[in-house]
Design a protein around this ligand. Structure first.
Ligand code: SF4
Length: 350
C-alpha cells in the first residue's frame, strides 16, 4: 500500500476512504540515535543506535508485542513512536479516521498535542509515574480537564466510571497513590491511559513489576478493555509466556532492529531466526512434551554504538557462517504470506 504522506504543510494528507486493511499505524525506517560526547569540549564521538530502522504495522484493535533482551531498543521504539523521545529518522503514518493519514513524526508541538489523546502509555512503575501528592481521582481526571472534555460533576462521574472499568471502587478517588498496592496502582495507571478513549496504548513493561497472580489479573483486564473499547496495543515485554497470551503478532528485536516478526502462533511455533529460537527455548514449560532443547545465548549483547559487521547476531549465533554472516547484513525474508518474516541468511523464502 502506497501512502503519500507529508505532502501538506502539517504532514497530513487525505487519501479517500480508508479500507478495512489499512493499519492504524505504519512505521517505516524508525531510528533513534543517542549522541555520545567525550572530552572536555564534549565533542560527538559517535551514536548509540538504540533503534536502527524499524518497519512494522499495527492494525486496529491489534496487539503487537516487541520483545528481546534488555537494551534491544524495544522501550525506546515505543517511546519514540509516541514522540516521548524525538525520533532521529523515519515516519509513523497514523490513521486517526477513515480517509486521513498523519505522519506523527512531522507534527509540530501544537499539532501533536491534538493527537495526544489518541496515543497513551502505561509505564512499568505506576508509582513513579503518579505524583504522590495528587489523589488518584485528580491524576485520572487531569487529561479530561486539560483537553476540556469534562469538568465539575461530569468529570467526577467520568473518573468514577473509569475506576469502575479497571475494577476499583469509585470511592477511592480521594486516596493517594501510596495507599494502593502495586496491582491497584497499575489499574490506576490503566484508568488514566483510558480517560481519553485512546486508539493506541503503548504498554511499556506494564506487568513486569507485578507478582505473577496480579500480572494475570492485569493482563486479563487489558484484554477485556481492548475487546470492549477496540484500542490497539504495543506491548513491550521480556516475559515470553505473557507475550504469547496477550499478542496477536510479535516482533523480536536485537540491537535496535527487528530480526523476526509474525503472528504469535507463527513465531512461537515455527521460529526461524536463531535468536528467536534461543529466546523461546528458555521459556519454562509445565508439559514435558512441549519442552524444547535449551539453546544457550552465550556472550554479551554487543554495544549498540559499535554493532558487529554483517548480521548483528553473528557474534553469538551457533549457526553463523564465516565469510557470509560476518560480512553481509541479511535482508528480511518472507517465511509465509501471513506476514511472518525473519532477517537471517538461512531462512528459506516462501
Ligand atoms: Fe546466525 Fe547468520 Fe542467520 Fe545471523 S544470518 S542469525 S549469524 S545464521
Amino acid at each position: 500500500m502506497e501512502t503519500n504522506v507529508g505532502t501538506g504543510p502539517q504532514g497530513t494528507s487525505d487519501h479517500g476512504a480508508a479500507t478495512a486493511e489499512e493499519p492504524l499505524i505504519e512505521v517505516k525506517g524508525l531510528k533513534k540515535y543517542f549522541p555520545v560526547r567525550k572530552g572536555i569540549l564534549q565533542r560527538k564521538a559517535g551514536d548509540v543506535k538504540a533503534v536502527d530502522g524499524l518497519n512494522f504495522t499495527l492494525g486496529h484493535g491489534e496487539t503487537l508485542s516487541l520483545v528481546g533482551e534488555s537494551g534491544c531498543g524495544k522501550t525506546t521504539a515505543g517511546r519514540s513512536l509516541l514522540r516521548l523521545l524525538e525520533p532521529t529518522a523515519g515516519s509513523a503514518l497514523y490513521r486517526p479516521s477513515p480517509g486521513k493519514t498523519v505522519d506523527l513524526f512531522k507534527l509540530d508541538k501544537a499539532e501533536l498535542r491534538s493527537y495526544r489523546r489518541d496515543l497513551q502509555i502505561i509505564f512499568q512503575d505506576p508509582y513513579a509515574s503518579l505524583n504522590p501528592r495528587v489523589t488518584v481521582g485528580n491524576a485520572i481526571g487531569e487529561a479530561l480537564r486539560v483537553h476540556g472534555v469534562a469538568k465539575g460533576k461530569e468529570l467526577r462521574d467520568r473518573v468514577a466510571g473509569l475506576l469502575a472499568k479497571v475494577g476499583l471502587r469509585p470511592d477511592v478517588s480521594n486516596r493517594f497513590p501510596h495507599e494502593f498496592s502495586g496491582g491497584q496502582r497499575q489499574r490506576v495507571g490503566i484508568a488514566r491511559a483510558l480517560a481519553l478513549s485512546p486508539k493506541l496504548i503503548v504498554c511499556d513493561e506494564a506487568v513486569s513489576a507485578l507478582d505473577v497472580s496480579i500480572q494475570a489479573q492485569v493482563i486479563n483486564l487489558l484484554k477485556d478493555l481492548q475487546a470492549e473499547m477496540g484500542m490497539s496495543y504495543i506491548f513491550i515485554a521480556h516475559d515470553l509466556s505473557v507475550v504469547r497470551y496477550i499478542s496477536d503478532r510479535v516482533a523480536v528485536m536485537y540491537l535496535g532492529r527487528i530480526v523476526e516478526i509474525g503472528t504469535v502462533d507463527d513465531v512461537f511455533d515455527n521460529p526461524q531466526h536463531p535468536y528467536t529460537q534461543a529466546l523461546l527455548s528458555a521459556i519454562p514449560r509445565a508439559n514435558p512434551a512441549e519442552r524444547r532443547e535449551r539453546i544457550p545465548l552465550t556472550g554479551d549483547v554487543p554495544s549498540p554504538m559499535n554493532p558487529p559487521s554483517g548480521c548483528y547476531f553473528h557474534t553469538r549465533c551457533a549457526a553463523a557462517e564465516k565469510g557470509l554472516c560476518d560480512a553481509q547484513y541479511p535482508e528480511p525474508r518472507e517465511v509465509n504470506d501471513r506476514g511472518h518474516g525473519a532477517a537471517c541468511h538461512f531462512v528459506k523464502p516462501a
